[in-house]
Design a protein around this ligand. Structure first.
Ligand code: TRP
Ligand code: ZN
Length: 883
């Protein structure tokens, strides 16, 4: 493809160019005649102009890709060939009246669809994925979220597809000739095309019922392949809990007579919130104790909740354009995080949510793909379903709640939902609802939507013993990001407390008198530098800053080790109690990284070992928290602190710390391990989950010793475990060891579970994540394993994705890991660009590494770029990375 043609196809879309649609669609009548190779789609649209047509008609543009057009009629008459234009991307014509009926017939080939967007086949069943721009692969349509229409869908298919589903309520069904049948669905709520869904297949139905707060009965249905019908209990319970929670927390009631979830094995993302018919990656539906881990169970609960919550934050109120994606995603992630905080434990849930942000979103914000929560341009929208839009977007919503308080925030969401029901709106509209409901001005706060990069707070403190005053001085700055060299100061909520030397909390009174009397308060930063002075402070306190992680920022504050130990022991804020330990460990590991690089012998500070021992033996009530408190900061988080990232040294230093702890504390670790065995039958309540995670944390430390009796312990747990959490924890340890039990255990696991694809994913992932030196060889062999299938996204993520996140092996100084991932990106791009683009992101931070790795990574990026007919998805990421 020549460069000109490529720039045509790879055009940048800008937020500032947004124009309302020229034509609106009121109703859509769809009829599908399903066939694996040639499905006919007939569409009847009632269309009207969105303008006063006095100054003549504007063209009507209908997007469409890879469609065969059979029929095109305006008001019943075929449109003359000379009156319309069709190219690879769209059909357009200038209508002759301001209101008309358009009839379109297209033919598509679902069996050839490997991108998994539009209409495709998964395990022999028909399914759709239309977000963001997949509906244009089904029929010609104004495929943009600000065109909302009422859909009626008739599906005709062979009876070997007994289940026929679409959005809304079932209004008719019956037999047709030639062994075919049909079903008609009507969705009374106007929606954009990206929320359309169709399913046809041989599926089992698991049914339940929910009564809403206004006493309306709702039919709940989960559709899965027949052999999975015994794995839906947890998803169904999660759904009912979500429905109840949304009524209580946000006053949101469900609105159709039926709510359906369908699980499919081939899916690009986690799940999709199509109105009334959510389609899920089966990973986020199916679970039984023998097959799913505790974290799988929590993943299911979180994703079921997320998609259900979209019914209001996304479906009833949707996005005006794709730059507003965080309007629905940031808000809905926040809602699912809040739900999980209520269902599990607020501190522990917050710790794991922040870990995602710090270990992954901060990297995104520091790299060449960095973008604001509301991006101002994109080439391929699929590349902007990011941690920034989702997770940083959720933090932005959380900050508004922190600033306005729970009641003020609820007033704001009530106003937002009532004011914008049935509309396609913007993040500005969301903020305006918050402002209007609370009579506040959030103009400066809105910079969180438009400025990219992670702000940094530098904090200094001074205590005046004579005056009894304590002053915190906070400066904020934000590093430059692509296209944004200079940043304005942001409005940042900084939640704080002060601890006395005995660990007790002090009463907080600001000298300005503006806030007082409580032990924790929220300082509002607005300027590049600000000071806050507290009065009546009897002795120099220890500050506890950014409680509950009140803003997505980095904090620089030089606490002493003693101060960190005090916070670890006494801070009533659970998040900060955990974080004090993390900061202490991070500082220590980073010093050791320097020692590794200088070739110095490594030694671990005894005070750190003692602190770890105290946490280990403390017998905390919340065992999940205790397990988190014993964990070391992630390698990706540690990398963030290094000017030039040295993945081998980080790995070595971190492992040295863990091994030393295991060696010195072998007996207490063994004691914790045996004291936390399940006392009775397997259960998945919070207490049992906590017990298992603490026990398995202890076992993971012990397994680093690579001694025979610990291998036996792992093997015994592997063989005896009646639940997947324990079996998998043991197997991961074995897979990271050179011990002879390793291969037997992996073979045994394969033998037991080879017919369950979700468990095979775990088997692939464990081997690809192994730290052993021959991992790349193993991964290459596994590509040819009969259970591997490069067309299935879950399998690709398990084997290839896990290898790309295996820092030591991916960054092998030989460059072999880079070459391997580049080859896979190229191969996968020809089938599924979305998945290839996720994988190529492994290279985006190449400039942060040493010169040798830089040139190896750049070489692979250039090799990918020189591939003929590269997708827009991969092309965008590679070119932006190479700038
Ligand atoms: N809206 C989905 C969510 O709940 C995300 C999603 C599912 C998606 N499938 C997709 C986005 C395919 C882009 C392409 O978060
Ligand atoms: Zn979502």
């Amino acid at each position: 493809m020549d460069d000109h043609r490529r720039t045509e196809l790879h055009k940048t879309v800008y937020l500032k160019d947004y124009q309302p649609p020229d034509w609106l669609v009121d109703t859509v009548d769809l009829r599908f005649d399903l066939d694996e190779k040639a499905t006919t789609v007939r569409s009847i649209l009632t269309v009207r102009s969105n303008h006063d047509t006095g100054r003549g008609m504007r063209p009507f543009v209908l997007n469409g890709r890879r469609l065969t057009l059979n029929v095109l009629k305006q008001d019943g008459r075929p449109l003359d060939k000379a009156r319309y234009r069709v190219d690879d991307e769209a059909l357009s014509f200038t209508p002759s009246s301001a209101k008309f009926v358009l009839e379109i017939e297209t033919v598509i080939d679902p069996s050839a669809n490997t991108e998994l967007t539009g209409l495709y086949l998964s395990s022999g069943n028909f399914c759709t994925q239309c977000e963001a721009e997949g509906f244009r692969r089904i029929t010609y349509y104004p495929d943009r979220p600000d065109v909302l229409a009422r859909f009626t869908t008739t599906i005709a298919a062979n009876k070997k597809y007994p289940v026929l589903l679409s959005n809304g309520n079932l209004t008719g069904s019956g037999d047709l000739v030639d062994g075919r049948h049909f079903a008609t669905w009507h969705d009374p709520f106007p929606k954009p095309a990206y929320l359309f869904a169709l399913i046809a297949g041989d599926l089992a139905r698991v049914q339940d019922r929910f009564t809403t707060m206004s006493r309306r009965p709702i039919d709940l249905n989960i559709f899965v392949q027949h052999h999975n019908r015994d794995k839906c209990t947890h998803a169904m319970e999660s759904l009912k809990q979500s429905m109840k929670w949304d009524e209580e927390a946000y006053g949101r009631e469900y609105d159709l007579d039926t709510f359906m979830i369908v699980a499919v094995d081939d899916f690009n993302m986690g799940a999709m919130e199509n109105k009334g018919l959510n389609v899920f990656n089966s990973k986020y539906v199916l679970a039984r104790p023998e097959t799913a881990t505790d974290s799988d169970y929590q993943g299911i609960m979180g994703v079921v909740a997320h998609e259900y919550f979209h019914n209001w934050s996304g479906d009833r109120v949707t996005c005006r354009d794709w730059f507003q994606l965080s309007l629905k995603e940031g808000f809905t992630v926040f809602r699912d995080q809040q739900f999980m905080e209520d269902m599990t434990s607020p501190g522990v849930q917050r710790i794991s949510d922040v870990a995602v942000l710090r270990n992954s979103q901060f990297r995104e914000d520091a790299g060449p793909m960095a973008h604001p929560v509301r991006p101002d341009s994109y080439v391929e929208i699929n590349n902007f379903y990011t941690l920034t839009v989702y997770n940083k977007g959720a933090e932005v919503i959380r900050m508004m709640r922190t600033l306005l308080g729970p009641a003020g925030f609820r007033k704001g969401t009530d106003l937002y939902f009532s004011r914008h029901d049935g509309q396609a709106v913007t993040t500005d509209d969301f903020v305006r609802a918050m402002e209007d409901a609370n009579s506040v001005d959030l103009a400066q706060f809105k910079l969180w939507y438009s400025q990219a990069g992670t702000p940094e707070l530098s904090v200094t403190r001074s205590y005046d013993a004579n005056a009894g005053t304590y002053t915190l001085t906070v400066s904020q700055s934000c590093p430059p990001t692509p296209g944004q060299p200079d940043k304005k100061p942001m409005h940042i909520p900084l939640a704080i407390g002060l601890l006395g030397k005995n660990g007790g909390e002090l009463d907080l009174k600001l000298d300005s008198g503006s806030k007082e009397g409580s032990k924790s308060l929220v300082l509002e930063l607005r300027k590049p530098q600000e000071s806050f002075t507290f009065v009546d402070i009897p002795a120099e306190p220890v500050p506890s800053l950014l409680r509950h992680f009140s803003a997505p920022v980095k904090v620089k504050l030089d606490l002493t080790d003693e101060e960190r130990l005090l916070l670890m022991a006494h801070d009533p804020d659970e998040f900060n109690r955990w974080d004090a330990g993390q900061q202490y460990a991070a500082k220590l590991i980073l010093e050791l990284v320097q020692d590794v690089q200088d070739g110095k012998p490594l030694a671990l500070d005894n005070r750190f070992i003692d602190a770890f021992r105290i946490t280990l033996e403390s017998g905390m009530k919340d065992k999940s928290f205790q397990a988190f408190a014993l964990s070391m900061p992630a390698e990706t988080y540690l990398a963030d602190f290094m000017e030039i990232i040295d993945p081998s040294a980080i790995h070595e230093a971190r492992r040295f710390v863990q091994e030393t702890l295991a060696a010195v504390l072998k007996q207490p670790l063994l004691a914790v391990y045996s004291a936390h065995q399940d006392p009775g039958p397997y259960r998945i309540d919070q207490e049992s989950i906590g017990r298992r995670s603490l026990k398995n944390m202890a076992l993971a430390y012990l397994s680093l010793l690579e001694d025979g009796d610990v291998c036996d312990l792992c093997l015994r747990q592997f063989r005896g475990g009646g639940n997947m959490t324990d079996v998998l924890a043991a197997l991961i340890n074995l897979a990271n060891n050179e011990c002879h039990e390793r291969d037997d255990a992996l073979a045994m696991f394969y033998g037991t579970w080879k017919s369950d694809p979700l468990i095979m994913d775990k088997w692939f992932a464990i081997q690809a994540a192994s730290r052993l030196s021959n991992t790349l060889g193993t991964v290459k062999k596994l590509l040819h394993h009969p259970a591997f299938n490069i067309k299935n996204p879950n399998r690709v993520r398990a084997l290839i994705g896990s290898f790309a996140s295996n820092a030591v092996r991916f960054h092998d100084p030989s460059g072999a890991g880079y070459a391997f991932i580049a080859e896979q990106v190229i191969a996968i791009d020809a089938m599924n660009p979305q998945i290839a683009a996720r994988l190529v992101s492994a290279f985006t931070l190449w400039k942060r590494y040493d010169a040798k790795r830089q040139s190896l990574m750049r070489g692979q990026l250039e090799r990918i770029l020189s591939t003929p007919s590269l997708s827009k998805d991969v092309h965008e990421i590679v070119t932006k990375s190479l700038v």
